[in-house]
Design a protein around this ligand. Sequence first.
Ligand code: GTP
Ligand code: MG
Length: 431
Amino acid sequence: MTQQSDSASSHLQKKTAVLITYPDQFVINEAAGLAEAAGYTVLKTLSQRYLSRAKYGLGAGKAENLRALLDEVDASTVIFDEKLRSTQIYNLAELTKREIIDRERLILEIFSRRATTAEAKLQVGLAELTYELPRAKEKVRLAKISEQPGFFGLGKYEVDIYDRAIKRRISTVKKKLRDASKRRELYRIQRRRLDIPVVSLAGYTGVGKTTLFNSLTGDSKEVGSSHFTTLTTSTGSVKLNGFKILLSDTVGFISRLPAYMIEAFKSTLEELTYASLVLLLVDAAQPTEDLSRRYRSCVEVLTELSVSPARVFLVFNKADLVDETQRKLRMPVLGATPQNSAFISAKTGLGVDALLEKIRGSIFETVEAEVSLKHTAVVSLSNRIDWLKDHGEVQIDKHSDGSLTLHVKANTWIIDRFLKSVEEVEMKQDE
Ligand SMILES: Nc1nc2c(ncn2[C@@H]2O[C@H](COP(=O)(O)OP(=O)(O)OP(=O)(O)O)[C@@H](O)[C@H]2O)c(=O)[nH]1
Ligand SMILES: [Mg+2]
């Protein structure tokens, strides 16, 4: 007991918490990591198999244990590693007289601590308002009964007015984000004009994306051992043996990330949707079960962002922490092959040159392709056909109906760009 109080007093500057989570080491570690990233010192962890019971999330007996525990350890906050409804938060606050932070609120607190750019602040603001909206009416109603931690001051509102105020703020923030997204679209168009392929880094938070970004671009963006160090996309250029690419670093993923948070960060994550190639980083040093759980979470987010698996290249980072035998074991766990994956260490540089070579190959490898163009598309594409001729070898077969067949020998990236132009023209004509 004394020991716990001592540890509490040594963290006077930090907020203290009791963490409630599931009895699963992976989940416990991740929740503790999130709590730490949000600035809490976890004094004690309680775990329970079911966290969705009606009244407290916890079962009534466990809730009573929690109350008793809080008499012993003087924590200011209860962190609940699951989504809670307003009534559950209210009931828990009434029982414990502590502030209750559920998993989504916790992630929002981290985002809010980390957001530095105007756009990131807007995105976090949107996520916070979206979190608040379904809870707003209930919270005001409950605050009128009696005020509990987390509900202070809300009792003075009228139910509908608070709800409407949130909706209004949501639409203002969304508009500002749309403007930011339009600016990004302009950058993208400019980049497309320059015809430089974009390679984006994606992956679970803390996997080493920014470390790799810094080492390849020579930049010095913040790298950190806790979650969500990066919240805005940065782009830098990288030379690949005579070719140039743009590399983008993006916000990290986490399991059980609610769709509205992905939605709020969409304008930054759009970099992934438009990239020529996505390097999906995973942590090679993690036990295989954690590795595959995290990998699955990433694949879900990429699917949500309409990234085609064909454009994803798997990178096992932190290879400096595992030996050759362990490396061999990890590949089949994620269904990876030496062709579609690589082992690297962003920290020591191990395998990075080979990775760059693979990227170069995948984007700039010379291939042969046959492209058919309808006669209606030929005129609109004449500039692009000239561009294609400048960047590769093109042989043209003209058909009697005015359509063309192009036999092209060029690098993958050039052919890819040309096919996109064809698609755009055909889509416009179909409209
Ligand atoms: N041993 C080892 N550590 C690494 C390697 N790459 C990154 N790290 C460490 O992993 C931690 C996280 O690195 P970051 O580059 O910030 O990770 P991130 O993916 O950008 O994280 P978020 O921005 O939170 O999404 C830091 O402590 C890095 O020093 C590596 O190859 N080997
Ligand atoms: Mg980062």
